[in-house]
Design a protein around this ligand. Structure first.
Ligand SMILES: *[C@@H]1O[C@H](CO)[C@@H](O)[C@H](O)[C@H]1NC(C)=O
Ligand SMILES: *[C@@H]1O[C@H](CO)[C@@H](O)[C@H](O)[C@H]1NC(C)=O
Ligand SMILES: *[C@@H]1O[C@H](CO)[C@@H](O)[C@H](O)[C@H]1NC(C)=O
Ligand SMILES: *[C@@H]1O[C@H](CO)[C@@H](O)[C@H](O)[C@H]1NC(C)=O
Ligand SMILES: *[C@@H]1O[C@H](CO)[C@@H](O)[C@H](O)[C@H]1NC(C)=O
Length: 284
């Protein structure tokens, strides 16, 4: 008998036909609970959407909301090789062909024809400022032409091997984009200079810079960001090693010189400078 009543209490708990209760609650009680949670979760979802909406409204597509002080921009070379080493043998075409291909690809968007189509001829030696007037955005912003022919002997147009075959290779240097950076100082454009890395006899020999003096013209600054300035072409500086010591490792360090760019810290080895190794083998 005791067993029977125990069974029936369990059954009664799940469905008590006397009081018409399911798991101890009536249908209307269950309904109220479901309704409460439904309203509660709709409210939470609403709050979330509202907060996201307000947050996104305050973001500007065209410039970063958070950007610390303008630091020292990084520098990089092309071609970069493995671990910033450019090693080849002048007699072995295959050993330098990949460098030539890299440069061909890299410079393709700088073809004069491409630049003439995308960008415009700007007034050199001054910043190309395109301000927004208050909330009215002056977008998209225009960009200045950087013609491949500016790199002359390193443009790959007359000398299709960029000097690699003759042991007078070209290296192209770019300064990373920093939104809003004004790298000049009293009309003086920033320029690149390359030299031996350590205190050691100069094995680098004569270096030619293109454009002259290795400058980044001021007209390419400030940069307004990828979304605002869709066709922006980063200015470049090419260096050509005219008489570098062959069959030996040569360490080269290139730096950006500008009164307005703080020298890079020791911690960041690409801030405002870039070091690389060149080894050109000529002996058979
Ligand atoms: C750029 O010019 C080079 C050499 O004239 C040519 O091989 C290449 O296809 C051109 N690239 C573009 C994108 O026009
Ligand atoms: C770039 O090259 C194009 C085509 O040759 C030319 O029309 C344009 O004036 C050049 N731009 C600059 C800034 O020299
Ligand atoms: C960007 O380049 C395209 C052609 O490639 C041109 O139609 C467009 O007007 C350019 N935009 C700006 C802002 O210069
Ligand atoms: C290069 O630098 C020299 C001396 O600093 C200066 O006289 C010359 O005008 C500069 N050339 C260019 C093209 O900036
Ligand atoms: C090239 O450099 C070597 C030493 O590295 C030097 O003896 C030679 O005179 C230099 N040639 C020229 C044309 O500068």
């Amino acid at each position: 008998m005791a067993k029977d009543s125990e069974k029936s209490t369990w059954k009664d708990f799940i469905w008590n036909s006397r009081t018409r209760e399911f798991c101890g609650r009536t249908a209307s009680s269950w309904g109220l609970i479901l309704l409460f949670y439904l309203v509660f979760y709709i409210f939470l979802a609403g709050m979330f959407c509202l907060t996201m909406y307000v947050m996104l409204q305050t973001l500007d597509d065209h410039k970063p909301t958070w950007q610390d002080r303008l630091g020292t921009p990084g520098m990089m070379i092309r071609p970069r090789g493995e671990a910033l080493e450019i090693i080849y043998h002048t007699e072995n075409t295959e050993s330098w062909d990949m460098y030539v291909k890299t440069l061909d690809n890299f410079l393709s968007p700088y073809n004069n024809s491409v630049q003439a189509e995308k960008n415009e001829v700007c007034q050199p030696n001054q910043y190309f400022i395109q301000s927004d007037s208050g909330d009215v955005k002056n977008n998209p912003k225009r960009s200045c032409q950087f013609n491949r022919t500016v790199l002359e002997a390193c443009s790959g147009l007359e000398d299709r091997t960029y000097g690699y075959r003759d042991g007078r290779p070209c290296i192209i240097i770019k300064l990373n984009r920093v939104i809003g950076m004004l790298p000049g100082y009293e009309d003086q454009a920033p320029f690149v200079t390359c030299g031996p890395k350590r205190e050691e006899p100069n094995k680098i020999g004569l270096v030619q810079y293109f454009p002259k003096n290795g400058t980044f013209n001021l007209m390419y600054y400030p940069y307004y960001g990828k979304k605002a300035q869709v066709n922006y072409s980063q200015p470049l500086v090419a260096i050509k090693f005219m008489n570098i010591t062959t069959n030996e490792d040569v360490d080269v360090e290139c730096k950006i010189i500008s009164q307005s760019i703080p020298p890079g810290s020791e911690r960041d080895k690409f801030a405002g400078k870039v070091s690389f190794k060149l080894r050109i083998n000529t002996k058979v």
